[in-house]
Design a protein around this ligand. Structure first.
Ligand SMILES: N[C@@H](CCC[C@H](N)C(=O)O)C(=O)O
Length: 279
């Protein structure tokens, strides 16, 4: 059976999008997703995203497999790509300017803006150790600026869940971080029972941050939307940045705001169609 796909990216974080609206079960397996994501023997991507029917009154459901076949709860860049993909699917017209999307992290609401960007209501950050999850602090405590030994170095880390786990550390120069070698050590550190995404953040000023990321299940990527949201929250909690900032990633920029009004995170950025095909 031939399966159609469309390739998208959000600031360089790239995904294979599949129309899965006829079933609540992904039409390909995690093993197949690993093969499709392979950059030498497959299509090449950081993950595979499925557009499924809505649940509990939502318009659609998003599921995603990382390039290692694991299933994360949420994907910020991916949900912007999904929002644009949905407008392009046959039979779906842009009758409203936002969608409600059921995810394993709760209901997320992307909104297509007039300038072609996508603004996403990412929900509220979760800060308790048991919500990350991590054993770095007592279950009902926050993990803010806590020392963690990784690769013979003490890193002060702050942990934030955007539905998926993030460990953030502030550094003087993101370019100097040997991501390839220390990223896996953070990801598989025993204090993170469900592994973790790790963000290295350089504060340029209170409204401009540089970020590099090692993603759980995907390794080095050019951007991570949930990671950018979590990093802004960590910056505010450590009084290093304001509640709205531009995050510069290797693949481009995202605008992130942590609203004082509703405690939600709003992420704004692009989603670009690259090509389509069949496998
Ligand atoms: N790149 C994504 C996050 C994808 C999931 C992540 N690798 C995880 O396992 O939690 C984003 O843009 O948020």
């Amino acid at each position: 059976m031939a399966i159609e796909f469309t390739k998208y990216h959000g600031v360089g974080n790239d995904f294979i999008l599949i129309d899965n609206r006829s079933s609540l079960t992904p039409i390909i397996t995690p093993e197949k997703a690993i093969k499709l994501c392979d950059r030498h023997f497959g299509i090449g991507a950081d993950g595979v995203i499925f557009a499924l029917p809505g649940q509990n009154g939502t318009d659609y459901t998003m599921r995603i497999f990382n390039s290692d076949g694991s299933e994360p709860e949420m994907c910020g860049n991916g949900i912007r790509c999904l929002a644009v993909f949905l407008t392009e699917l046959e039979g779906i017209s842009r009758t409203k300017d936002f969608y409600t999307i059921h995810t394993l992290a709760g209901v997320i609401t992307p909104q297509l803006t007039d300038d072609g960007q996508v603004k996403v209501d990412m929900g509220s950050p979760r800060l308790l150790a048991q919500e990350i999850p991590t054993t770095l602090a007592p279950a009902d405590s926050k993990v803010i600026n806590v020392p963690l030994e990784v690769a013979d170095h003490t890193w002060n880390v702050t942990c934030v869940s955007m539905g998926n786990p993030h460990c953030i550390t502030f550094v003087d120069d993101v370019a100097a971080i040997p991501l390839e070698t220390i990223g896996p050590k953070f990801e598989h550190h025993p204090v993170f029972p469900q592994r973790t995404n790790t963000e290295f953040i350089q504060i340029v000023n209170r409204n401009y941050l540089k970020m590099r990321v090692w993603e759980r299940g995907a390794g080095i990527t050019l951007a991570c939307g949930t990671g950018a949201c979590a990093s802004l929250v960590a910056g505010v909690l450590n009084d290093k940045c304001d509640r709205a900032a531009t995050i510069e990633l290797p693949g481009g920029e995202l605008e992130i705001e942590w609203s004082e009004i509703d405690n939600k995170i709003y992420m704004t950025g692009p989603a670009e169609r690259v090509f389509a095909g069949k496998f």
